[in-house]
Design a binder for this molecule. Structure first.
Ligand code: AMP
Ligand code: MG
Length: 537
């Protein structure tokens, strides 16, 4: 690559307009001491200096979003700024104050314990993006932890947020991945075996990092003034299209948050993403996927699967439960904003309607996943229900299954069972485990599907195109991220950058990349980091 030297970089002249700190109340104390922060939305705090920052990867699309070119990203200033070592003119670093329900229980004040917002960049199109460093040191909200992040979790967050974006899933973005040159001690499985790991910092980018828990905290404390300020601010900055704040606008706002949340979950279910920690502090008010921790990708289709070992007993945040959990979380948000509305009924109505909103969106999505023209409940309820069942007869790779299904010949109804099944075999982890009954049941479903497609009259080529636009070929399989982490911990960042590139085009067939579309290998079945993750990061 050629890097042309110039005297000044746009990085040093980025335009910041920090509306959040300008318009919302600040914590009057500025020392870096852990504390309960009252009547304030944030505390000013500088990132901690790190010894030897090194850039491992950056996202060129995110860089472009804030008007940075390649040359900026390779400058030493970039590494200094996005490791927290240098604060640019115009930045006003702060940590947000929020609370949240964790695993179903009210947890009180949480806040940005290791995230530091640098400021809001306004790009040449006038779009606003908050830059946030994750792992940049202690804040007043660090509680008993160190404010840092390790390389493995940072690689996972960096790669997954970009992968999700390119899949078309609403998400916060990641600009950069930088190692700090310092080590961080973590007891990965909370089993008394702490280990030093390399430290790292990801710069996350989003229009806003407000969460359901941001509103819950003020409400729980009875601080309705600050709650109102924050809600009005949110509506004016991020939902200006719904009008000036009023009781009616609060309700419309809540309705839109429900819609956006439902959209996000539909996308998660479409691509097989399990968030792993859907606590209300991890629910973005913009309906973006946020806080990539012990998330995972469904490999064999198992609605009960969660990658999060911290949630292994109750499996509250398992794949199939995500739509209901989102509704539970929205209910907490409704409770939080109730004091501004003082009428339970319209809020209840919106919450109850979430089920319909979600179901409708999910039906449409399933229609797309199967390459059908529209959802016809007389046939398609049963078709989808049986699909859900046959995917669980034997370990079936969800991602591969849908891609193979797109290849099915639906134009000739005369195929034998063997011919029908042959096309799907790649999707099975242990094809020999399929009993004769299983095979018959799968073939019956495939024949029903063929007939359903014929009713639509969609030619196979068109259907395939439609399906392959929503059913990805490449996702960040859990073991792939782990391989990239293993190499990165040995100082080799090639795979991180290869995966970043691969996942920019998740729906395309890519030459020489077939191995990244392969089923999870056997060694990864029970390996930590691949099938089991904890909240330790
Ligand atoms: P999470 O489960 O990652 O969403 O984090 C829940 C809360 O713990 C948030 O307030 C985080 O800021 C905080 N937290 C998580 N890890 C750390 C850490 N290493 N240092 C300080 N705070 C942390
Ligand atoms: Mg969080």
């Amino acid at each position: 690559m050629t890097i042309v030297a110039t005297n000044s970089t746009p990085l040093s002249t980025l335009h910041f307009d920090n509306r959040f700190v300008r318009e919302l109340p600040a914590d009057p104390l500025t020392e870096n001491q852990r504390r309960q922060v009252m009547k304030s939305c944030y505390s000013y705090i500088e990132p901690t200096q790190v010894k030897h920052p090194q850039l491992l990867a950056y996202s060129k699309e995110v860089a472009q979003l804030i008007d940075l070119d390649e040359q900026d990203c390779f400058s030493s200033l970039f590494t200094q700024v996005f490791s927290g070592n240098k604060v640019l003119n115009g930045m006003q670093p702060y940590a947000q104050c929020y609370g949240g329900h964790q695993f179903g229980n009210w947890a009180g004040q949480l806040g940005d314990g290791r995230a530091i917002n640098l400021g809001e960049v306004v790009n040449q199109q006038g779009q606003r993006h908050t830059l946030q460093l994750k792992g940049a040191g202690e804040t007043p909200y660090s509680r008993s932890a160190d404010g840092l992040a390790v390389l493995r979790s940072s690689v996972r967050e960096f790669l997954c947020s970009e992968a999700m974006f390119h899949l078309g899933v609403p998400t916060t973005r990641a600009l950069s991945l930088i190692t700090t040159g310092e080590s961080v001690v973590r007891d990965m499985f909370y089993d008394g075996r702490p280990k030093a790991e390399p430290g790292a910092i990801v710069c996350r980018v989003a229009p806003s990092f407000l969460r359901f828990g941001s509103y819950e905290l003020f409400s729980a404390r009875g601080d309705i003034d600050t709650l109102k300020q924050l809600v009005d601010y949110t509506i004016r900055t991020d939902f200006p299209h719904i009008g000036e704040p009023s009781v009616e606008v609060y309700l419309n706002w809540f309705k839109e948050v429900c819609e956006r949340t439902a959209d996000m979950i539909v996308h998660w279910m479409r691509v097989g993403f399990v968030h792993g920690v859907m606590n209300t502090d991890n629910m973005s008010i913009l309906g973006l996927t946020i806080d990539y921790g012990p998330y995972g990708w469904l490999e064999d289709y198992n609605p009960d699967w969660t990658p999060n070992t911290t949630d292994a007993n109750s499996r509250r945040y398992r794949f199939g439960h995500q739509p209901q959990i989102a509704q539970w979380n929205l209910f907490q948000l409704a409770n939080a904003i109730y004091p501004l509305i003082e009428q339970a009924e319209p809020l209840q109505e919106i919450i109850q309607n979430y089920t319909h909103v979600y179901t409708e969106k999910w039906q449409l999505m399933r229609t797309d996943k199967l390459g059908l023209n529209s959802f016809v409940s007389e046939t398609d309820d049963a078709l989808n229900h049986e699909l859900h069942e046959i995917l669980q007869l034997a370990e079936t790779d969800m991602t591969i299954f849908y891609r193979k299904l797109a290849d099915l010949d639906t134009e000739s109804l005369e195929q034998s069972d063997q011919q029908l099944l042959a096309s799907l075999m790649d999707a099975y982890y242990a094809p020999d485990a399929l009993t004769t009954n299983d095979k018959t049941r799968i073939c019956n479903w495939l024949r029903d599907y063929q007939k359903r497609v014929q009713l639509d009259g969609t030619p196979d080529t068109v259907r395939k195109q439609k399906m392959n636009a929503v059913n990805p070929k490449y996702v960040l399989r859990n073991y792939m991220a782990q391989l990239a982490i293993d190499e990165a911990e040995q100082g080799d960042f090639t795979l991180i950058n290869e995966l970043l590139e691969l996942l920019r085009h998740p729906y395309d067939e890519q030459i020489d990349m077939e191995h990244h579309a392969a089923k999870r290998p056997d060694w990864a079945r029970e390996r930590a980091g691949c099938s089991m993750l904890s909240c330790s990061s």
